[in-house]
Design a protein around this ligand. Sequence first.
Ligand code: 5GP
Length: 178
Amino acid sequence: MDTITIKDLTFKPFIPEAELQESVKNVAKQINEIYKGTSPIFLGVLNGSFMFIGDLMKSIDLNCMISFIKMASYEGTESTGKVNELIGLNEDIEGHDVILIEDIVDTGNTLEKLYQMLQEKKPKSIKIATLLYKPEAYKKPYKIDFVGKEIPNAFVLGYGLDYDGYGRNLSSIYVLKD
Ligand code: 5GP
């Protein structure tokens, strides 16, 4: 693998495809064991999780539903500031086991908002799976139940993760070159 330059930034190879796929299979194995005999709903958080959830679901042998959600953020009135809205959730998740599928958990800000919005819909349970996790950056109390790989606090690209909209199609993960 070579370095990749996107706009003003250069990235170097970080996690090869085979290693990523092994992490994905490992997450699937844990989920299959814990949810055996149940019918959870997988909610992939767009855009970044599309590759992870695609590969993950190939190794999930549960009777399950899969859907995608997105967090939209817009400027509200001056008094309310930024308003977050959950879009794409058409399923009624009340009373269901929900598994939230994230590409990466960094500070946990996105996750916290999503978690709170989903909780209002009264699911039976919510667990969180993420391909990548930055423990040094994470500041929230929510347990990350399934982690593909822990990584240092650096900016990564590929396998769904973008830089300014580009690089999501790369089949392995790259890290910003210093
Ligand atoms: P958080 O709210 O946990 O700080 O960040 C979550 C979101 O920020 C992720 O879903 C992802 O879209 C973006 N993000 C966080 N860290 C990275 C990174 O290293 N690379 C890329 N491409 N996106 C990131």
